[in-house]
Design a protein around this ligand. Structure first.
Ligand code: SF4
Length: 212
């Protein structure tokens, strides 16, 4: 495996069929595995669950073009993990600093819900993504399924880093820092406020302070 799947990765039949369905309806969309985005020397890796159909599946950049991306990129800009302007398109020139964004499952699933077998099938790419970041210190997981996928990728049980917003735990050579997912559902209902989300990245900043 490699950290990034090929554009035509054939490994998950249901997701391949969904890509083809979307490509038939919207040939101008990306309709492939969303590549990780950011700094290859990142000390902070943000791990989402899977691309949204009209987000990364459309634009080809994680969280770009969907509601969750607005708060994610604005928060990264505010906390110094990004520079430029987020304009919801992959050519907006936004650059991540010391940060990378990836997804546990790289292809958009129907109804935003990957199957456990699809999480398992895509996991080798996550394992290699982690391994390919030589300076990685902090893994920010967005939501509980992301948390579990990262722990599995590290060969650890779900109990190795408990659930909950702001909960952190050492996992191998890294610190896992868990956040509620920045979905529109969570932000619209106030389950996740901008201040709560910003605090996650301020904490990530504190955790990497003094590391190289
Ligand atoms: S989800 Fe991952 S393993 Fe499955 S087809 Fe997409 S890139 Fe390949």
């Amino acid at each position: 495996m490699t950290p990034e799947p090929p554009r035509d990765c054939p490994l998950c039949p249901r997701l391949v069929a969904y890509r083809a369905e979307n490509a038939a309806q919207h040939p101008e969309w990306w309709n492939g595995p969303a590549p990780s985005f950011g700094d290859p020397e990142a000390r902070v890796l943000v791990v989402g669950l899977a691309p949204g159909r009209t987000g990364a599946n459309r634009t080809g950049r994680p969280f770009t073009g969907d509601g969750a991306g607005v708060i994610l990129y604005e928060t990264l800009l505010k906390t110094g993990f990004a520079t430029g302007r987020y304009e919801a398109r992959p050519d907006d020139g936004l650059t991540l600093i010391d940060c990378m964004i990836t997804n546990a499952v790289r292809c958009a699933p129907p109804l935003n819900k990957p199957l456990p077998i699809e999480e398992a099938t895509c996991r080798p790419f996550l394992i290699d993504r982690l391994a390919a970041l030589p300076r990685l210190k902090v893994i920010v997981t967005l939501g509980d399924i992301s948390r579990k996928n990262v722990l599995k990728a590290l060969g650890l049980p779900a109990s190795a880093a408990p659930a909950g917003h702001g909960v952190e735990a050492p996992v191998g050579p890294y610190v896992l820092l868990n956040s509620y997912h920045c979905s529109r559902l969570n932000t619209n209902t106030g389950r996740l406020t901008p201040a709560m989300f910003e605090a996650i990245f301020q904490r990530a900043r504190a955790l990497i302070a003094g590391t190289r």
